[in-house]
Design a protein around this ligand. Structure first.
Ligand SMILES: Cc1cc2nc3c(=O)[nH]c(=O)nc-3n(C[C@H](O)[C@H](O)[C@H](O)COP(=O)(O)OP(=O)(O)OC[C@H]3O[C@@H](n4cnc5c(N)ncnc54)[C@H](O)[C@@H]3O)c2cc1C
Length: 141
């Protein structure tokens, strides 16, 4: 029978979302004895994939930046258990449902200013972006 006494573990991770699972994965890779504690009846946290008929869709995060070295490294390390599945070119056109209809997701300054998805306040802030000072956190989005 497996031992679930947390006091005997090197590392106990609370939460099996992306952060907890990644932390546990790397701790285990470094030879630590790890246990993950999750309150929900499923793992993944905000990440949730639905399969309905031939369709697969996400109700949480759906976009990742693979050019980040850490993300690329994680996918390499998870190989062959996890495979990168790039979105089809046709999914470049993204739509957001608002006020009873779909609106294309703005892809540039022109569409950002004309879209009904953003408030006038948002639009003014977008226009002010070039004059706003950069933060000092290199990890800032
Ligand atoms: C709708 C939506 C869209 C998003 N889109 C994107 C996107 O496109 N790209 C992107 O990069 N990011 C996106 N994000 C953000 C991204 O989903 C989160 O940053 C990331 O999933 C957070 O992971 P996490 O492990 O830190 O937290 P979570 O996923 O919230 O996981 C925390 C886990 O801890 C568990 N937990 C909490 N408290 C306890 C406790 N006391 N005991 C045991 N378990 C506990 C929870 O049940 C949960 O499973 C999106 C988020 C949402 C909600």
């Amino acid at each position: 029978m497996e031992n679930h006494d947390l006091r005997t573990r090197d590392v106990v991770v609370i939460g099996a979302g992306l952060t907890g699972l990644t932390t546990a994965f790397y701790a285990r890779k470094r030879g630590r004895d790890v246990e993950i504690v999750e309150q929900a009846d499923r793992i993944g946290g905000q990440i949730r994939t639905h399969r309905v008929g031939d369709f697969i869709f996400e109700s949480g995060p759906n976009t990742g930046v693979v050019s980040c070295p850490e993300v690329a490294e994680l996918f390499n390390d998870l190989c062959p258990h996890c495979e990168l599945e790039p979105a089809r070119a046709s999914s470049k056109r993204r739509l957001i449902w608002k006020d009873g209809r779909f609106h294309p997701l703005p892809s540039g300054i022109g569409s950002a200013l004309t879209t009904p998805l953003f408030t006038w306040n948002d639009k003014l802030r977008i226009l002010g972006e070039p004059w706003r000072r950069k933060g000092t956190d290199s990890d800032e989005s």
